[in-house]
Design a binder for this molecule. Structure first.
Ligand SMILES: CC(C)(COP(=O)(O)OP(=O)(O)OC[C@H]1O[C@@H](n2cnc3c(N)ncnc32)[C@H](O)[C@@H]1OP(=O)(O)O)[C@@H](O)C(=O)NCCC(=O)NCCS
Length: 184
């Protein structure tokens, strides 16, 4: 299905970026999430491939968990994808695989809220099955300023650099102390 870019009305609504709720994503939201992915990542420009990749991940719940930032109008302003690594372990290791906020809504705290609120949901899920949340792995391009964002929001630290990964060197970051809420 073809995904249309936001209309002027939607752009106006997105400018509000208020009353955002973080919710588990459902299949009806694939198109909106694919659109945000396609305008946020060079490797996801092709909308039909983006839709397929997202739908595959969505089908892999609970190993893969998408959360969306939904406005009061029901539109999606951003999303986050978490993936559990190496099995459903007693010491759970999760990767923050992808996060993006609609370009018109960036810098207004939505990305931080997406991480913090969805992290709580992931932590609850891990604890309910009797595991401990050991760490979060994050990887991003060395020149992507998002490194500062991850350090600020999650306390993530740069631990390694992989040369020539996607289109450049990749920064590997780890956040520990994620098993309990951290003071603001
Ligand atoms: C990274 C991203 C998700 C951040 O979302 P956001 O809603 O803009 O983030 P917030 O408004 O919550 O910002 C939180 C803090 O991080 C900082 N920050 C966020 N993105 C930043 C960036 N790209 N560079 C530097 N600092 C950044 C903000 O300045 C803010 O700090 P402040 O509170 O001191 O002002 C968003 O910029 C985005 O979608 N980028 C494109 C996709 C991408 O690069 N994703 C991450 C790589 S996988």
């Amino acid at each position: 299905m073809k995904v249309e870019p936001p209309t002027n009305q939607l752009k106006k609504e997105l400018n509000g970026c208020e009353e955002i709720k973080i919710k588990l994503m459902d299949h009806s939201q694939v198109d909106e999430v694919a659109y945000i992915a396609s305008i946020s990542f060079a490797g996801m420009k092709d909308l039909s491939k983006a839709r397929l990749w997202i739908a595959c991940n969505l089908n892999a719940f609970p190993r893969c968990q998408y959360y969306v930032a939904e406005g009061k109008d029901g539109h999606i302003h951003g999303y986050i994808l978490w993936i559990e690594k190496g099995g459903f372990r007693e010491e759970a290791v999760w990767e923050l695989e992808q996060i993006a906020v609609h370009p018109e809504c960036r810098g207004r705290g939505i990305g931080s809220k997406l991480i913090k609120d969805s992290l709580k949901e992931i932590r609850n899920y891990i604890h309910k099955r009797g595991s401990r949340f050991k760490l979060v792995l994050i990887s991003t391009g060395m020149t992507n300023q998002a490194q500062h964002f991850y350090e600020k929001v999650l306390g993530a630290k740069l631990v390694a650099v992989i040369p020539d990964f996607f289109r450049q060197d990749e920064a590997i970051m780890i956040a520990r102390n994620v098993d309990a809420d951290q003071p603001e």
